[in-house]
Design a protein around this ligand. Structure first.
Ligand code: NAG
Ligand code: NAG
Ligand code: NAG
Ligand code: NAG
Ligand code: NAG
Ligand code: NAG
Length: 573
C-alpha cells in the first residue's frame, strides 16, 4: 500500500512533463551558419581548428544574431575525404578535441541560445569502419550491411554503374568473393539501407547525438542513399566530350532519387519529433543536401524535413545573370513552396564545396546577402561570408590539402581543389588572422586578412559585417520580414530587380541595380501602389551614394551602378 502514492505521483509528473515539443517552428525565420571546424578557430595551436576554438567564438553568433550553427563532420575518419569518410559515427576525431570539449560546446551554446546541428553522413562508411571489416570477412551479423553482389564469372563488371569520383562503382574484393558498391571513393563503401539492421544502427546514431543535446542534423548527399535492386544498366547521357568512366557519362536514374530514400528521411524526422516530444525539448531540425531536380529536392518537404537546401543561387545564377534570371530562380522555389503546405523557403549562398559568394559575384557579395536575408524563410551563411571573405586562389600544389585537388595532379589541381574556400576565418589583423597563435595553419591564411577581418569591420563606419548584422536585425524586428508576403519585380528596362515584403502596415523593399555602368531611376510607387512616397534607407551597399538612414523619394529613386538598397516604407491606409 505504501508504494501506491509514489506510483500515482510518478504518473502525474509524467503527464505534466512529457508530450510537448517546445518552440515549434523556432527555425522558420532563422539564420543558419556553416562552420568548417578545421578553419574556424584553433585553440591548441596545432594548426587545425577545434571544438574548444568554436566554443570560445560562440559569442560571435550571439552578437551577430545568428540562430543556429552546423558543423561539418568532426567524426573519427581516416580523412580520405576530409571527414566525409567516417570510421566511427560516435567518436570525435582527435584533431577536433574530446567528448568533454563537445559537451562544453553544446552547453555553452545552449546558454547563449544558439542551436547546434551536426552533419550526418549516412550513404557509406569508411572501409576502415569495423562494420565493413566484419562484412568483408563474411561475419554473418554484418554480411548485409553493405551492398554485395556475386562476382560475374566472365570477369566483366557487374553492370555499367559509375562512381561519382569516376570509374566503376564496384570493387571486387579478394577476401570475400563478391563485389561491393561504392557511389564515391572505393574506400567509402555504401551502406545497405534495405537492411533493417542498418536502419536501426543509423537511428541509434541519431539518438546518440540527440542525447548529447544537439538540435538536429544536416544530412549529406541524400539522393544517393538507394539504388535499384535489379542492377539495371543506366542509360548514356550522350553529352559531348564526356567519355566512359566519367560520372556524367550516364543518367543516374537507377542510383539516385529512389522513392525509398524519402521513406528513410521520414522515419528520421519522426524519430527526432518523438525524441523532442518525449524529452520536452525544442523542435529538432533536419536539413538535407540534395543536388537533384527541383521537384525531387522539394519533395523532401513531404517527409517533414524542414530545410531541403535550396542551392539555386549557387547553381543557376552567376555574375553574368540578369534580373530576369534571378527572378526566375526565386519565383520557381516560391512556387514549389506554395504547392506544399507548411513548407518554408531557404536560401543558401555558399558552402565548403563551391566558390565563395564574394568571389562568384565580384563587388556584389552584399547584394547576395541582402537577397538571402530579405527573401522569406531561412538564410544560410558559410563561415567568413559575413565579412565578405574571398577565395584564396594562389595556394600552391605543395600546400594543397583537398584530396580532390591532389588527385587532379599539378597541372589541373586548381580546377578541382576546394582549398580556396576553406582558408582560416579572418578574425583580426594579428598573426594568422587570429585563427591561432601558432607557427603554422593547416592551410594558408589569405594575406588580405590585414585589411579584411572582423575586428576592422566592427570598427569601420560601414562594412560587410555591419550590413550583415543590420539585415539580421531587420529580419527579427519587422513584421513584413517575419511573416509578410513576397513579390518580385523586374523593371521594364531589365536593369532592376526588386523584392518586396509587405505586412499590413509596412513594406520592406530590396532594390538591386544590375547595371554595371549607369544609374537607373526607379518609381517604386508604380510597382507597389499601396506604399507612401517617402521611404527610409535601412541598409545600403558600401559605395552607394545614398547612405543608411537617408529619407528617399520612392517615386524617383536613383540607384547607382551595382548598388542595392533596402528601404522601409509605410503602407498608406
Ligand atoms: C507528444 O506526446 C504526446 C503524449 O505521448 C502525444 O499525445 C502527442 O500526440 C505527441 N505530439 C507529437 C507532436 O508527436
Ligand atoms: C578496391 O579497389 C582498389 C583499387 O583497385 C584496391 O586498391 C582495393 O584494395 C580494393 N578494395 C578491396 C576491399 O578490395
Ligand atoms: C520533375 O522535373 C523533371 C525535370 O524538370 C521532369 O522531367 C519530371 O517530369 C518532373 N516530375 C514531376 C512528377 O513533375
Ligand atoms: C554564368 O551562367 C551562364 C548561363 O548559365 C553561363 O553561360 C556562363 O558560362 C556562366 N558564367 C560564369 C562566369 O560562370
Ligand atoms: C544602375 O546603375 C546604372 C549604371 O551606373 C545606372 O545608369 C542606373 O541609373 C542605375 N539604376 C538605378 C535605378 O539607379
Ligand atoms: C548520403 C551521403 O552520405 N552522401 C555522401 C556520400 O559520400 C560523398 C563523398 O564523401 C559525400 O560527398 C556525400 O555527401
Amino acid at each position: 500500500m505504501a508504494r501506491l502514492p509514489c506510483v500515482i505521483v510518478f504518473l502525474i509528473a509524467t503527464r505534466i512533463v512529457a508530450g510537448e515539443i517546445k518552440n515549434v517552428g523556432w527555425w522558420k525565420n532563422a539564420v543558419f551558419y556553416q562552420i568548417y571546424p578545421r578553419s574556424f578557430q584553433d585553440d591548441n595551436n596545432d594548426g587545425i581548428g577545434d571544438l574548444k576554438g568554436i566554443t570560445k567564438r560562440l559569442d560571435h553568433f550571439k552578437e551577430t544574431g545568428i540562430d543556429a550553427v552546423w558543423l561539418s563532420p568532426i567524426y573519427a575518419s581516416p580523412m580520405v575525404d576530409f571527414g566525409y569518410d567516417i570510421s566511427d559515427f560516435r567518436k570525435i576525431h582527435p584533431d577536433y578535441g574530446t567528448d568533454a570539449d563537445f559537451t562544453e560546446l553544446i552547453s555553452t551554446a545552449r546558454k547563449l541560445g544558439i542551436k547546434v546541428i551536426m552533419d550526418l553522413v549516412p550513404n557509406h562508411t569508411s572501409d576502415e569502419h569495423e562494420w565493413f571489416q566484419k562484412s568483408l570477412a563474411g561475419d554473418e551479423a554484418y554480411k548485409d550491411y553493405y551492398i554485395w553482389h556475386d562476382k560475374p564469372t566472365d570477369g566483366k563488371p557487374l553492370n555499367n554503374w559509375i562512381s561519382v569520383f569516376g570509374g566503376s562503382a564496384w570493387n571486387c574484393s579478394s577476401s570475400r568473393p563478391q563485389c561491393y558498391f561504392h557511389q564515391f571513393h572505393y574506400k567509402q563503401p555504401d551502406l545497405n539501407f534495405r537492411s533493417d539492421k542498418v536502419q536501426e544502427e543509423m537511428k541509434d546514431i541519431i539518438r546518440f547525438w540527440l542525447d548529447k543535446g544537439i538540435d538536429g542534423f544536416r544530412v549529406d548527399a541524400i539522393p544517393h542513399l538507394f539504388e535499384v535492386e535489379d542492377l539495371r544498366n543506366e542509360p548514356r547521357t550522350n553529352l559531348p566530350g564526356v567519355v566512359d568512366g566519367e560520372y556524367a557519362y550516364l543518367d543516374h536514374f537507377y542510383t539516385k532519387d529512389q522513392p525509398e530514400t524519402y521513406d528513410v528521411v521520414k522515419s528520421w524526422v519522426k524519430l527526432m519529433n518523438d525524441y523532442a516530444n518525449a524529452s520536452n525539448t525544442d523542435e529538432k531540425v533536419m536539413t538535407v543536401e540534395a543536388y537533384t531536380f527541383l521537384n525531387k529536392t522539394t519533395e523532401y518537404y513531404e517527409t517533414g524535413c524542414q530545410i531541403p537546401f535550396n542551392f539555386y543561387f549557387i547553381t543557376d545564377v552567376n555574375r553574368t545573370s540578369g534580373p530576369d534570371q534571378f527572378k526566375k530562380v526565386i519565383d520557381q522555389w516560391l512556387t514549389e513552396i506554395a504547392g506544399r503546405p507548411g513548407a518554408v523557403a531557404n536560401w543558401v549562398l555558399g558552402n565548403h564545396d563551391g566558390s565563395r559568394t564574394a568571389s562568384r559575384y565580384p563587388g556584389r557579395g552584399d547584394q547576395m546577402t541582402m537577397l538571402a536575408m530579405i527573401l522569406p524563410g531561412v538564410a544560410v551563411t558559410y563561415y567568413g561570408e559575413e565579412i565578405g571573405m574571398i577565395d584564396k586562389t594562389d595556394i600552391s600544389y605543395e600546400d594543397t590539402q583537398d584530396p580532390a585537388g591532389c588527385n587532379a595532379g599539378r597541372e589541373k589541381y586548381k580546377e578541382k581543389s576546394r582549398d580556396p574556400v576553406r582558408t582560416p576565418m579572418q578574425w583580426n589583423d594579428d598573426i594568422n588572422a587570429g585563427f591561432n597563435q601558432g607557427e603554422r595553419t593547416w592551410i594558408p591564411v589569405n594575406e588580405n586578412f590585414v585589411e579584411l577581418n572582423l575586428a576592422a569591420q566592427k570598427t569601420a563606419k560601414f562594412s560587410h559585417y555591419k550590413i550583415y548584422k543590420k539585415l539580421i536585425h531587420l529580419r527579427k524586428t519587422h513584421a513584413a520580414l517575419l511573416t509578410g508576403k513576397v513579390e518580385t519585380f523586374v523593371s521594364s528596362d531589365k536593369k532592376i530587380l526588386s523584392v518586396v515584403r509587405s505586412s499590413n502596415t509596412e513594406s520592406i523593399i530590396l532594390i538591386i541595380n544590375f547595371s554595371d555602368t549607369e544609374t537607373v531611376t526607379v518609381n517604386l510607387v508604380n510597382q507597389v501602389p499601396s506604399i507612401a512616397a517617402g521611404g527610409l534607407v535601412e541598409v545600403a551597399t558600401l559605395d552607394s551614394p545614398i547612405n543608411e538612414g537617408s529619407s528617399v523619394n520612392l517615386r524617383k529613386l536613383p540607384i547607382a551602378p551595382k548598388q542595392s538598397l533596402v528601404i522601409s516604407a509605410k503602407i498608406q491606409k
